[in-house]
Design a protein around this ligand. Structure first.
Ligand SMILES: NC(=O)c1ccc[n+]([C@@H]2O[C@H](COP(=O)([O-])OP(=O)(O)OC[C@H]3O[C@@H](n4cnc5c(N)ncnc54)[C@H](OP(=O)(O)O)[C@@H]3O)[C@@H](O)[C@H]2O)c1
Length: 341
């Protein structure tokens, strides 16, 4: 049987540490959690059973592993310190017998996007970004349909457009929409992505370093690497749809509370085929996984034990291939009802 492992880490210190150690999370103030997590060893959180392909009937299983660093620490600590802890977690996956390792959230965002970690491990790793991108675009299209927005006549904004996932999403959206707004932090980086989306067939493109630029967008895809929300109720156009791919979320919980007219969906979430049980609550409803986990499962079902999505540069061909393989095995992008909170 094919075996995989997925590395997760606490995004919200109190909430996520509380999933494993409720008492500890209750009594320890957040700064203490940040501090102690530096010395905590990697953990096996649970076994994942029942991932079964709809097309072949084959079943695979895996493990959820925790790299103890919080998102804030991943960003703050030197990359080498974070790499060391992620490699230790990868070693645990190797000892358990996993054939492939998926890196979730900031374990793939920091530094060189998994390259150094991969060089220090014997099993192949994937960041899951390719399927995350495919799922995000499909989710945004589905949300637009729900709000009767016709992409060909719409303005779409990508927040975090200079990033790995953001730039690939912008390239894929380019030929689909009337106008594209690229939001990032650095004009020079935005100019590079602007050139790429023009080449990909964008009709009209604007770039901005200000979040207010999304105010005219009917569709927003957000994928920054910040640990705090960047999109608030006042930024959004009446009736807009937002696909929030970021972990932790880019969209403030206030949007759900104050803006009935907009639809926010959690991007990059998929329904997993088969009687899957994660035996651990990592924050999604039962039988749902983040697309980066799903990519690891799909590669295991395919027995493609290779470093698939690695580094910052995304190969659009791989996005298309993994989306097609995911469909074949019965992975579906989760419907548009879920609100981030
Ligand atoms: N749902 C899933 O399955 C899944 C899978 C993988 C990743 N993710 C999440 O997706 C997000 C992006 O991942 P990635 O690999 O693409 O990261 P990345 O390559 O580091 O890209 C993030 C980009 O966001 C930009 N940014 C940061 N703050 C910003 C702000 N306030 N306004 C506009 N842009 C801003 C950064 O700009 P600079 O270049 O200036 O830093 C960077 O270009 C992360 O939150 C990650 O956890 C989700």
């Amino acid at each position: 049987m094919g075996k995989f492992a997925c590395v997760i880490h606490p995004l919200s210190p109190k909430k996520d540490v509380g999933r494993k150690y409720p008492l500890l999370a209750k009594v320890l103030p957040t700064p203490f959690i940040h501090f102690f997590s530096r010395f905590w060893p990697p953990l096996k959180l649970s076994q994942i059973t029942g991932v079964r392909s709809e097309s072949t009937g084959e079943e695979v299983e895996g493990w959820l592993l925790a790299c103890p660093f919080t998102a804030d620490q991943m960003l703050r600590l030197p990359s080498q310190t974070a790499y060391k802890k992620i490699v230790q977690t990868g070693r645990l996956a190797e000892r358990l017998g996993a054939h492939i390792l998926g890196l979730l959230a900031f374990t793939s965002v920091i530094g060189d996007g998994g390259v150094t970690v991969s060089q220090n491990l014997d099993i192949p790793i994937t960041t899951g970004r390719s399927l995350t991108i495919a799922a995000a675009i499909e989710g945004l299209e589905e949300a637009a349909r729900c709000h009767a927005i016709r992409p060909a006549a719409a303005t779409a904004a990508v927040v975090g457009a200079t990033g790995s996932i953001g730039s690939a999403c912008a390239i894929l959206l380019a030929p689909m929409v009337a106008e594209l707004v690229l939001v990032g932090r650095l004009e020079s980086h935005l100019a590079q992505v602007e050139a790429q989306v023009r080449e990909a067939g964008a009709r009209q493109v604007r770039t901005s370093t200000r979040i207010e630029a999304i105010g005219e967008a009917d569709m927003v895809l957000s994928t920054t690497n910040t640990t705090r929300p960047v999109i608030y109720p006042q930024h959004l156009k009446q009736g807009a749809v937002i696909c929030d791919v970021a972990l932790p979320p880019d969209v403030s919980p206030r949007v759900a509370q104050e803006r009935d007219d907009v639809l926010v969906i959690e991007g990059g979430v998929m329904d997993v085929p088969g009687p899957v049980d994660f035996h651990f609550d990592f924050g999604l409803p039962p039988r749902q996984a983040y697309a980066c986990m799903a990519e690891t499962m799909v590669l295991t079902l395919e027995e493609r034990y290779e470093t698939y999505s690695l580094g910052r540069q995304i190969q659009i061909e791989r996005v298309r291939e993994i989306a097609q393989l995911a469909r074949k095995h019965g992975f579906r992008v989760t419907g548009s009802q879920s609100w981030k909170s």
